[in-house]
Design a protein around this ligand. Sequence first.
Ligand SMILES: [Zn+2]
Length: 230
Amino acid sequence: MREDVAAAARILAAQGVVDAFGHVSMRHPARKDRYLMACAKAPALVRPEDIVEYDLDSNALDAGSRASFLERFIHGEIYKARGDVGAVVHSHSPSVVPFGLVDAPMQAMFHNAAFLAAGVPVFDIREKFGATDMLVGNTAKGVALTEVMGRRDVVLMRAHGSVACGPSLQAAVFRAVYTEVNARIQHWTNALGHGARPAALDSEEGRLADAVNEKAALRAWDLWRSQVRF
Ligand SMILES: [Zn+2]
């Protein structure tokens, strides 16, 4: 279990979703009121022994002297609000950030990103909290983010990054990777079509294609997991 969470952090780094920053967590399979996430360190360096257990108020239970990520409240509040979520990824992946800065909604450009066809809301921390350091560093900010996300699986954060969720660790990692890939494709499509409205997946196509993605996520995980060496 801890090996898989550590592997997920390294996979996200290898896929360009996270760099020195960003984090992934998994709901504890035996304790639904807890989650597992690395202590505060760069994802590419995470080892199984770095994984810490948290309660859903994001208190570390076995961290010892290890520091926690400032934005762990993103994870705790999503697990509290969404019983269907089994894993969460938070990243600042660069192709995604522009969609939180201008009025250009992210759309599902291809089948692997079908989960985006349900719509991608943007959380603007300024609306409720005024000028801040932009970080979701407490419970109230985590709750506000979760409210904007609603039943969606991906939410963007203005001038910051994004969050991707899934029922499993494999699904959340898949969605985080393909949210970044989709963003790149949308930029290219926009340039190629000179800003014309893209023929993106509609919500029904998104629903049908995302059902197929459940298996695709497992195949991708098998590949990416095989490439991780601790
Ligand atoms: Zn962040």
